[in-house]
Ligand binder design. Structure first.
Ligand code: B4P
Length: 203
């Protein structure tokens, strides 16, 4: 997978104010794909709850085993598990440089928990970038990715959960004035170009 060349990374002066950014979008919208590019560009910590949960499962921890049951059924992992994972991760040193939340929050209670976590640390949430992609293209992408949670029935359930539990976050963040929405249907580099414009305008 192509990532941003190092020459695209920001200079130390540009990095002086750490940013906290959320990537929001349906399954397969490209949150992980774009987060890898933005992590390099901004040199911030990348917090992918999906990756953290998959790693916990691979490591065979009880939390990972429990999370895998939900993930493999196309369901969201319970809020208390996911928030616990994020709380632990936020204590790590690299988060001081700024954070990119990839796939978190995915429910209103998670968004409220994130608000509290950031308020406790007296740091703002700078931007929420929503990636919009048509459902037919999402299905195409997920089927060709072929992860264990990417079979047609599981994909249908993931979309159902997205519409019911995650989509309300568009309104949640819109009313807070931090939401930016883009169509994320071009090539990964084209989509990243749009994201970079939003980031550069916000700095
Ligand atoms: P995630 O790991 O977050 O994954 P995702 O939503 O399926 O995909 P993403 O949007 O990151 O797409 P990707 O870049 O891979 O979540 C997995 C599961 O973990 C969830 O279903 C849930 O069970 C659990 N979970 C995670 N966070 C949670 C939370 N906060 N609360 C509760 N549960 C949680 O791209 C998809 C494919 O498209 C790839 O093959 C990619 O190469 C391709 N692609 C991407 N962009 C493209 C482009 N522009 N053009 C062509 N192909 C593209």
């Amino acid at each position: 997978m192509a990532t941003a060349p190092d020459s695209l990374a920001l200079s130390p002066r540009q990095l002086s104010s750490p940013m906290r950014i959320v990537f929001l979008g349906p399954p397969g919208a490209g949150k992980g794909t774009q987060a890898q590019r933005l992590e390099k560009y901004l040199q911030v910590a990348h917090l992918s709850t999906g990756e953290m949960l998959r790693r916990a499962h691979e490591a065979g921890t009880p939390l990972g085993q429990e999370a895998a049951c939900y993930m493999n059924a196309g369901q969201l992992v319970p809020d208390d598990i996911v928030v616990g994972v994020v709380v632990d991760r936020l204590t790590e040193k690299d988060c001081e440089r700024g954070c990119l939340f990839d796939g978190f929050p995915r429910t209103v209670p998670q968004a409220e928990a994130l608000d509290r976590l950031l308020a406790d640390r007296k740091i703002p949430l700078d931007l929420v970038i929503a990636l919009n992609v048509s459902e037919s293209l999402l299905v195409e992408r997920l089927l060709s990715r072929g992860r264990v949670d990417d079979d047609p029935e599981t994909i249908r359930e993931r979309f159902r959960q997205y519409h019911q539990l995650t989509q309300p976050l568009l309104n949640y963040y819109s009313t807070r004035g931090v939401l930016r929405q883009i169509t994320a249907e071009g090539t990964p580099d084209e989509v990243f170009g749009k994201i970079r414009s939003i980031i550069d305008a916000a700095r």
